[in-house]
Each structure stands twice: as C-alpha cells, then as structure tokens.
Ligand binder design. Structure first.
Ligand SMILES: [Zn+2]
Length: 393
C-alpha cells in the first residue's frame, strides 16, 4: 500500500522530522552522515556530538534536542546557530535549496519525495518500527540506564485505536462498566470514565500485534497478546514503554512490562501534564499503588497522583520526586496487609527528606475502588503525619 500525501514542502518536512523523532537511531545516523563525531544519545532528551557544521573537537559542542516534539539543533562552540533539520542540511550544503534539503532528509530515512508529493509505504514504516522494537527487546545490559529506550509513538496510536475495536469489546467493558458488574472471567468492572482512559492513552494489544523473534523457537512470538496497554511516559512526555494487563486468564501473569520500559526510573502518572503542574503548584504528591488508583484520582480532581507500582521506591524514583519539586508526599496505598506494609516502607524511605502524610483507605479497599467522590477524598483529608513506629508485618 502506498500512502500519497500531497502537501506544500513544509508539511512534508514536518512529516519527515516527526519520522526522525520516532526513530532516534535515524537521527544519530543522520548526524554521523553529516560528519559529527562522538554522537551520544541521552535517551528521550537530546543528542550530543561534535558540530557537523564547523567541525571542532568538543564532544558536547553541538546538541540536538526535542522542542515540543520537533528536533532542534544548536551549535554552542561557533557561530553555526540553531534550527530544524532542513536548515541543518542547508547550512551543511550551502548550494542546496530548501526543497532539495527536504528531499535529502527524506532519502536518508527511506522516504521518497518528488516535487511536493511524498510516497511512504505504510509497510516500510511498520517494519521499521517493529525492527526497532525487536532489536531493543533483545538487549540486556548490566547498566539499567542503557537498556532504557524511547518507544515509537505509533505504538500508542495503534493500541488506543484497537481498544475501541469490536475485538476488544470485553476489555472496554471491564474498564468502563459500573463496579457492580463483572466480566466473563469473573473480574469486577472498573468504572473508569472514557475521558480518563483517553487522557492516559489506555489501549489494547491484540494477539500477535507486537511480536519479536525468538531464536530458540525460530519464529516470531507474541508479546502482550490480548492485553490492555498502559503507556509509560517520562516527565518530559517521552514514551518509555508499556505495561499490559490480562483480564481473561487472571492467575497467569496479570501484568507484563515490555522489555526496555524504564519502570524503575519513573512513577506512572508523573508523565501527565496536569500532574506535574499540580505538583509544581502545591509541592504535594499522592503516592498510590497502581494504574486504576491514579486514574480514579484524576476522575475525582486529584491530579497530583502517581503510582509506585511496588512496595518500595527506587533511588531514581526518589530523586525524580525531589527534582519535580515534591515537598510533601501523601501515601495512599491499598487497605490490605501488603498495602499497609508498603505504606510503612515507603514512609520510612521518604520521611527524612520531605514531609510524609499517611492516608488509609477503608479496610481491604484500594483507592481505585472508591468511585464515590467523598469516599475517595475522606482518607486524604484525614491523613496523619507518618511516624516510623510500627514494625513491618
Ligand atoms: Zn558549529
């Protein structure tokens, strides 16, 4: 299938730039091709290298970063200036006009442009994406930072679309129907409003949609087959992976995390813009256990809320909370035994650094189950200062 887009050259250029952004390896290749050295990707953030325009040997003399999703470069060591990708090519090859620069940019990443018509094979884009995913899935390194990657936005777009397809009807019912109802496998429905699902880009991944090569079995095997997908975003919005939840076979690996997802570096919910804005306004964060808890908070107007996804915080998560300006944490973990223990251990991790308040939901309830506004807020209003007196159960 050939997608033909007839557009003024600038729109073509934007489209190509977006393609580069979703394929960071191509951006690195482009810089190398233009003569940059020491190309280093600070994942999801920027690329640093020597300046491909004036040369030079400062490995941090040139930066390419993302400004609201657009790649922007800047030379710090000479007078090369700054600009977008097309401008970079025009500076490098002064005889090239704008159109020619865009055509070359396209050619470098496999997109053919003739005149102001761009031909992109849908298949080529899909395969490239899959290729990136496969490669990353195979990477296992001792250094946790190195195995973290930036995932292509296409994965969010397609999974969100699939949640509203007929094949996912039961999953959508599980997520949105009243808490008094149950789905076929016996699970209680979650009663999450549609607009909240959309805000967090919750999706669905059908069988064999995301696959990778398994050398033992010598075939593509599925990942996330038939799962609800929760995108993980860093505080700057970078897509850093996915968690997927089964609802049918409830005992077998309820949650899976896509390899390469930087879970230990993030708290789910902090990537939401409303969340960050509210933390910066108030200095307060509410720490809950899981995805539903975060979404319930947003439904009830509690935006400064993030999920720890475990019983302890990692050093990176603590550092991040400090960096975004948290001065007080309200722990609001599940009402059951494990939830109480998590509340104690997280409280102990934080109380020497910042103020910690402890909110306790009604016995054996999760904040995510509190569909009633007043029921959700009452434990927060009644939260008490944390004191590490209790022993762990
Ligand atoms: Zn320069």
């Amino acid at each position: 299938m050939l997608t033909t887009l007839y557009n003024p050259m600038r729109m073509v250029a934007d489209r190509i730039a977006a393609y580069y952004v979703s394929h960071p390896d191509l951006l690195e290749n482009l810089l190398v091709r233009l003569g940059a050295q020491n190309v280093k990707h600070r994942w999801g953030h920027s690329i640093e290298c020597t300046c491909p325009l004036h040369g030079g040997d400062n490995p941090r003399g040139f930066t390419l970063y993302y400004d609201r999703g657009n790649p922007v470069w800047r030379c710090f060591t000479d007078t090369c200036g700054k600009g977008g990708l097309s401008w970079l090519l025009m500076k490098k090859y002064p005889s090239a006009g704008y159109d020619q620069a865009v055509v070359s940019l396209g050619r470098f990443c496999g997109i053919t442009v003739d005149g102001s018509v761009m031909h992109v094979t849908k298949k080529a884009i899909d395969e490239e994406t899959l290729e990136v995913v496969k490669r990353r899935l195979g990477i296992v390194t001792a250094n946790r930072q190195q195995s973290i990657m930036r995932f292509p936005e296409e994965m969010v777009v397609s999974s969100v679309k699939d949640l509203y397809s007929p094949a996912a009807a039961e999953y959508l019912r599980y997520l949105t129907s009243p808490a008094s109802e149950r789905i076929g496998s016996g699970l209680k429905c979650r009663q999450i409003p549609l607009h909240i699902l959309q805000q967090f880009q919750i999706g669905f991944v059908p069988r064999m949609r995301w696959v990778w090569w398994n050398p033992q079995e010598k075939k593509d095997i599925g990942w996330f087959d038939d799962r609800i997908s929760f995108p993980w975003r860093y505080v700057d919005g970078t897509l850093m992976g996915f968690a997927g939840r089964h609802t049918m076979n409830v005992d077998h690996q309820k949650y899976k995390t896509l390899n390469g997802t930087g879970r230990a570096l993030m708290l789910w919910g902090l990537g939401d813009r409303k969340c960050l804005a509210e933390i910066q306004r108030t200095g307060v964060v509410h720490l809950v256990e899981g995805y539903t808890d975060v979404m319930r908070g947003h439904e009830h107007g509690c935006h400064n809320i993030a999920a720890v996804g475990g019983t302890e915080l990692t050093p990176e998560q603590i550092k991040l909370l400090m960096q975004v300006g948290v001065r007080c944490a309200v722990t609001y973990l599940d009402g059951d035994g494990p939830g109480r223990n998590a509340s104690e251990s997280i409280g102990r991790q934080l109380f020497n650094r910042i103020r910690v308040m402890e909110a306790v939901p009604p016995a054996d309830k999760d904040p995510g189950e509190l569909t009633d506004y007043r029921e959700f807020w009452t434990p927060i209003v009644q939260a008490k200062p944390f004191t590490p007196s209790r022993s762990l159960r």
